[in-house]
Design a protein around this ligand. Structure first.
Ligand code: NAI
Length: 245
């Protein structure tokens, strides 16, 4: 088992891309913390995977620095190590710029951007303290590179994630910590909403005219956590079926 003995936190691990990544990391032997504020969904994933004391849930609001700090400490204590984090939890809140009140702006910036700083900062500090090497993976988006209508807040947050990923790589590589990202296209998860018609329109934007499955993003994320990816650093890999091409 390639990742036996490693402990990885997956934020937003109870649903979508995070959930599939939890399953794949666990299948490679890693200990995984499903970090989500939906503790009910996290607990049912723990039960589904059934690796008691190896895949565990932790209720957290990643937009709160002190909660992320406590989670990182808890993980290191529980597993006697911490080898990385998948900063993946995120929300969307679509509003035209002229209706984007400060609360709606800050909500998305807090969850999608500041959480990534907290995850990188507290995890890297703990890894350096313990002398542990490993990987940080962040979820950006195609909308970190191009603008979308109604997405001023989301565009800003995801562009910041792309740059934080590079900046962290520059600062942390000397400690044996890589920082990399994924930029998903349109992934078939609850974040896309319930409208089949809207989903079909989004699917048409991909080269193969299909929505991407969350496990297809998890495949790339899981690879990035492995040693086979040790020459990938600082970059955010599009998983978008050619959308940005
Ligand atoms: P999802 O809605 O299936 O999963 C998101 C998870 O994050 C949920 O379990 C939710 O409870 C959790 N979460 C939300 N806010 C949280 C908070 N403050 N603290 C802790 N947990 C929180 O969505 P999906 O699609 O799996 O999204 C994962 C990431 O992928 C997000 O960052 C999203 O922006 C990004 N993304 C998704 C795309 C898509 O088309 N689905 C496209 C590009 C990026």
């Amino acid at each position: 088992m390639e990742m036996e003995g490693q402990a990885i936190i997956v934020t937003g691990g109870a649903s979508g891309i995070g959930k599939e990544t939890v399953k794949q990391l666990a299948a490679k032997g890693a200990s995984v913390v499903i970090a989500d504020f939906n503790s009910e969904a996290a607990e049912s994933l723990v039960a589904e995977i059934g690796l008691v004391d190896k895949v565990v849930s932790y209720k957290v609001d990643v937009s709160k620095a002190e909660e992320v700090e406590a989670m990182v400490h808890w993980t290191a204590e529980k597993f006697n190590t911490i080898n990385g984090i998948f900063n993946n939890a995120g929300i969307g809140l679509v509003k035209p710029l002229l209706e984007l009140d400060p609360a709606s702006y800050h909500k998305v910036i807090d969850v999608d951007q500041h959480s990534v700083y907290y995850g990188i900062y507290y995890t890297a500090k703990k890894m350096v303290e313990l002398g542990v090497q490993g990987t940080i993976v962040n979820t950006a988006s195609i909308y970190g590179s191009i603008a979308a209508l109604g997405s001023f807040n989301y565009n800003a947050a995801k562009a910041a994630v792309v740059m934080m990923t590079k900046s962290a790589a520059l600062e942390l590589s000397d400690y044996g910590i890589r920082s990399v990202g994924v930029a998903p296209g349109f992934i078939d998860t609850p974040i896309l909403g319930d409208s089949d018609e809207a989903k079909e329109q989004l699917a048409q934007l991909h080269m193969r005219q299909q929505l991407i499955k969350p496990e297809q993003v998890a495949n790339v994320v899981t690879f990035l956590f492995t040693d086979a990816a040790n020459a990938v650093n600082g970059q955010t890999i599009p998983v978008d079926d050619g959308f940005l091409s």
